[in-house]
Design a protein around this ligand. Sequence first.
Ligand SMILES: [Zn+2]
Length: 169
Amino acid sequence: MKHVRIDDVENDVQPAAVVRRLTEALETTDVAINHYELEPGDSFAFGYHRHEIQEEVFFVRSGTATFETETGDVTVGAGEIVRFAPGEFQRGWNRGDERVVALALGAPLAYGESELRRDCPTCGGQTRNELDRQDDEDAPEGAAVVAYCLECDTETGRWVTGSMPGDVP
Ligand SMILES: [Zn+2]
């Protein structure tokens, strides 16, 4: 058995004020579990994305999340839950005024092939991107996660540990 207090799990780098990776803390073997807290403007993900074999479920506990989907934006309020099938593109945001608290579940643990899309200023539209994750100790002042356009190599995003909006020191 594993029993974890969510607030005791270390905060990780994500375009969100708080993401606590409960998968590792609970040592789950078949399901990914993440606790999210999004300040207004924050996002659950590094870009519009889909996973080949992992389905994702978001249970919004408070606030209102807005998901970009293949069929337009979908708002998911407190007490509501949304599921994205493997292969479906989505990206969730907090476009409201209130902090969003949500639990995200993904299964199986493996993503399979993932596809991430972000706006590229050089290409002038949404392109396929790749994330480069660096070890925090190796790059204390560098970025922990960088997104690159796969078509032109332009950096389209950079997230640094401890400097995220709303992060608690
Ligand atoms: Zn580009």
